[in-house]
Design a protein around this ligand. Structure first.
Ligand SMILES: [Zn+2]
Length: 467
């Protein structure tokens, strides 16, 4: 009865843990490593197990850093079921196919490079066909229903409040008369965030694996964030420019549309045209609007009052490239939500090119910007940036909104951990090195729980944990 840590230990991405118990092997998540080129190359290295020997996978949510290596797992022989929340299956269809398309076009680009660069892999990491095969293995489960998925191993999903369908996973393991319970947080959302419910409280576990992305800091409260956005839109309106919002397709884009609808009058939005300029965000929005049963009470009331979503009368969902290009000719009164969220690719680059040097325009950054991205340069106050090979002065006004994160802050994470009444051993993963250390100390000081930071490959004997 052992748990082995494999991914999201040395880095934030690539979530993956291995459970061996009752003669079976189960994987918790199978995420893609994202970041610098040399780190992403690790996605091509083989798994530390034979994929055909795995009995099942449990997937916490759809984000690529949790689900993105599933096509590789299937390609290399995994034939078992992947259990996940039903909405996650729908989001995975969008995310995994997009990930495969990116890998295919990346490989096609590399194949065109001169001979001297043949060190680059010619094959895509995986293809759309691989992704489709992986999607066939997904098996949907509702929240709050316990199911024996393998002899001696049962799981139950609790709402994690992070993105649609996101789950904290409870795992009961029975072996040779010994029973242990493991809880895997997946990614945890903020309490009180728009649209989704709060993370469910769980009170019993012997061992808890917890994420720590923002374990070292506190987010701004939602009412302050809303006042901030309203203020930015007001002053942008006075300057008669456009507003660009680089946003992640899943979660952030839907939250923004929802907040716009809720604050339509207060923010004078009828003076604007709002563009959702991302095929992936448009698809994800349709999925979000299809799952009212997963909304919190406020969002459900709002949706019922408006007979459905999306709710903005001046919203344009521009899927096609020509529709997107047409936005470039608009000089004033456009709010443009486009990906990528960190401005390291995608349609937002075209919009930045047309607006970043115009002092009457505004850019609102709503999420984490990794080192090396254009978004990070903007946040750090760059005066000049290069987009598609053209150097441009930054004259638009930059705003950073911190309060809309899909990840809970330190207080949120401690609140969720504080729900356990059984003194579990806590394992801190999915965070930067320094952040994990700070958060581990907080867990010990504030909650009095034993907490550790596992290394990649480390094995925990679950049966030996004190009851
Ligand atoms: Zn996530």
């Amino acid at each position: 009865m052992e748990l082995q840590f494999y991914g999201a230990t040395q880095r934030v991405t690539g979530s993956c843990h291995i459970l061996r118990a009752a003669g079976r092997t189960l994987l918790l998540d199978c995420g893609l490593i994202q970041g610098k080129k040399e780190e992403e190359a690790l996605n091509r290295s083989s798994f530390p197990f034979d994929p055909s020997s795995l009995d099942a996978v449990v997937l916490s949510h759809g984000h690529i850093d949790h689900s993105g290596r599933l096509p590789l797992l299937v390609k290399h022989g995994f034939r078992g079921p992947v259990y996940t929340q039903q909405a996650t299956i729908d989001l995975c269809r969008v995310l995994l196919l997009d990930s495969a398309s990116l890998a295919e076009s990346d490989a096609a680009y590399r194949r065109k490079q001169p001979e001297t660069r043949k060190d680059l892999h010619a094959e895509p990491l995986y293809t759309r066909e691989d992704a489709l095969r992986a999607l066939e293995t997904l098996s949907g489960m509702p929240y709050h229903v316990k199911k024996e998925i393998l002899p001696g191993i049962s799981v139950r999903f609790q709402d994690a409040g992070h993105i649609l369908g996101s789950a904290c996973v409870e795992v009961w393991i029975e072996e040779g008369g010994v029973t242990r319970k493991l809880v895997f947080s997946g990614d945890l959302g903020q309490y009180g965030s728009p649209i989704l419910k709060d993370p469910d409280a769980i009170d019993e576990a012997d061992a808890v694996i917890v994420e720590s992305t923002y374990g070292d800091r506190l987010h701004r409260e939602l009412p302050e964030t809303l006042a901030e956005i309203g203020g930015i839109i007001g002053s942008a309106c006075d300057r008669c420019g456009n507003i660009l919002i680089p946003a992640f397709a899943i979660g952030r884009s839907q939250e923004l549309l929802y907040l716009f609808a809720q604050n339509f009058d207060a923010w004078n939005l009828e003076r604007w045209q709002v563009f959702l300029d991302s095929p992936m965000a448009i698809e994800a929005s349709r999925i979000y609007w299809d799952y009212p049963e997963l909304y919190d009470e406020e969002a459900l009331l709002f949706r019922n009052g408006h007979k459905g979503m999306p709710l903005l009368k001046n919203l344009h969902m521009t899927s096609r490239a020509d529709q997107s290009q047409a936005i470039n000719s608009i000089r004033t009164g456009a709010i443009i939500i486009a990906g990528s969220g960190m401005c390291n690719g995608g349609r937002v680059l075209h919009h930045l090119k047309h607006n970043i040097s115009r002092p009457e325009c505004s850019v609102i950054i709503t999420g984490y910007q990794a080192e090396g991205t254009l978004g990070r340069q903007l946040v750090e106050g760059a005066e000049q940036v290069t987009i598609h090979g053209t150097s441009l002065p930054v004259r638009a006004t930059l705003h950073t909104i911190g309060g809309l994160s899909a990840h809970g802050d330190q207080d949120d994470l401690l609140r969720w951990l504080g729900g356990f009444r059984s003194n579990p051993s806590v394992y801190v993963v999915h965070g930067d090195e320094e952040v994990k250390k700070i958060f581990r100390q907080k867990i010990m000081d504030k909650l009095g729980l034993a907490a550790s930071i596992p290394q990649a490959g480390e094995i925990i004997d679950l049966a030996s944990l004190k009851k």
